[in-house]
Design a protein around this ligand. Structure first.
Ligand code: NAG
Ligand code: NAG
Ligand code: NAG
Ligand code: NAG
Ligand code: NAG
Length: 393
């Protein structure tokens, strides 16, 4: 035991020496970190050096609690000559002005396989001016805070994100990614400020994170396969969602999404799958297990094949088929009437929906909860409250 411990210390020291990575500190490339000077060019110079280093370098942003780096829109592009560790301990702050009127992203990583972005630092999107502008209909879009695209093997670890104008963290076309130890916050009423959005990615792990925002804590979009979400504290926000899928008649496929061991509190919905009428493709092999809910305002479990974020959407035939969805060990409270809502399409009914030990109670003791069910079939076992009559016992 003790020997093993010593050996592991020695191995650890040895690898720290052997794997000594050259450090490129942004302060050595002209960054001021004073919160006022625009450090964008200094970061780009540092990136050029780190990305062009054969030896697996560290791009270092120092100054936890002491330095703020003001960055404009910035794109870190690869591929790099070796893996880059992007360590953020200081704070990154967005411009305090409206800088785009298109769909845009503040900090982008493009085509950098193997990138690891981590540290004790924070990333402040300063979203207030954007939310205000959106609420007055003077802006159409608010930028995302950070986006990864084409970064297979991505790791994002330990960082805090706050007040993004739009979505906080977007992962696109990045297989084998791990997101862990993240802390993401924005006000409950901030529009479209999803915590994490994943799309077009396979073999992704999202774990050990706390997310409270104005939209989905986590959204899993089209063309995702094998995504595991676990140990998440979510709320406020709109819960953990799959979709929306099948927009504008798209054929979308999503498979093997597993959500487990989470707490979801004070959210609009709990776990939701949303698809548009008129879409095609399928969402299947989805599971939700061991999740606690607390004071969810709308339905806790939602299958919504009539997803319509506008006031009305045209009725269309066809939909993304939903099947093989299991709910096991889901418990907690709702403040609304309908705790379980399975609203499936008449043209493509849901099947293989199973519930086992799913029990919800109303925060109002005199007010029993209900379930709603159309075009859904499957089975239920164990205690299921409220009762879901369309599932066979
Ligand atoms: C990589 O490391 C080697 C030896 O440790 C050194 O000679 C070389 O200059 C380094 N290359 C870069 C680009 O830093
Ligand atoms: C991810 O993996 C799938 C399956 O191997 C592959 O088709 C896809 O091109 C990969 N995506 C990227 C961005 O490499
Ligand atoms: C996700 O969990 C499933 C079931 O435990 C496992 O088979 C799969 O390998 C996991 N995927 C990832 C990316 O870890
Ligand atoms: C969920 O809440 C329980 C009880 O408060 C706590 O023990 C558990 O650690 C929480 N889980 C997460 C993922 O934070
Ligand atoms: C769509 O269908 C529903 C139910 O059949 C009906 O109540 C509704 O009026 C229809 N909406 C439109 C826009 O046609």
């Amino acid at each position: 035991m003790r020997e093993g411990f010593l050996i592991s210390i020695i191995l650890c020291l040895a690898s720290a020496v052997a794997g000594h990575r050259p450090i490129h500190n942004v302060l050595n490339y002209g960054a001021m970190g004073d919160g006022n000077t625009d450090d964008t060019q200094a970061f780009l110079k540092t990136w050029k050096a780190a990305c062009g280093d054969h030896n697996g370098s560290v791009l270092l942003v120092t100054g936890k609690g002491t330095r703020k780096y003001l960055l404009g829109k910035i794109e870190f592009t690869g591929p790099c000559l070796s893996d880059v560790n992007f360590q953020i301990d200081g704070e990154l702050v967005a411009p305090n002005k409206l800088w785009t009127n298109e769909i845009d992203t503040w900090i982008q990583f493009r085509n950098v396989p193997g990138i690891s972005v981590y540290g004790h630092g924070s990333i402040d999107g300063r979203g207030f001016i954007w939310w205000n502008c959106l609420s007055k209909n003077q802006c159409r879009y608010a930028p995302y805070t950070m986006e990864f695209m084409g970064c297979n093997g991505l790791k994002v670890n330990g960082l805090s994100f706050k007040d993004s104008p739009g979505k906080h963290l977007v992962v696109y076309k990045s297989n084998d990614s791990i997101l862990t130890g993240l802390h993401i916050t924005a006000p409950e009423d901030s529009p479209n400020t999803d915590g994490i959005l994943i799309s077009d990615s396979q073999h992704v792990i999202i774990t050990q994170s706390t997310i409270g925002v104005g939209d989905d804590c986590i959204a899993i979009g089209p063309r995702c396969y094998d995504v595991n979400v676990s140990n998440i504290n979510c709320g406020p926000g709109h819960g953990i969602s799959i979709g929306s899928l099948g927009e504008n008649g798209a054929e979308d496929i999503v498979e093997h999404i597993h959500v487990s061991d989470c707490n979801i509190s004070n959210t609009l919905t709990g776990v939701r799958i949303k698809t548009w009428q008129g879409g095609a493709g399928h969402a299947k092999f989805l599971s939700y297990s061991n999740i606690n809910f607390n004071s969810v305002r709308g339905s806790i479990i939602v299958l919504d094949q009539y997803y319509c974020p506008h006031s009305t959407c045209p009725n269309k035939t066809g939909n993304v088929a939903i099947s093989d969805v299991s709910y096991k060990g889901l418990h907690g409270s709702s403040t609304s009437d309908v705790a379980i809502k399975l609203a499936c399409s008449s043209s493509v009914p849901c099947h293989g929906i199973t519930m086992d030990e799913v029990s919800f109670f109303s925060t109002n003791a005199n007010h029993p909860l209900l379930s709603y069910c159309i075009n859904a079939v499957g089975s239920s076992t164990g205690n299921v409250r409220p009762d879901v009559p369309c599932l066979q016992r």
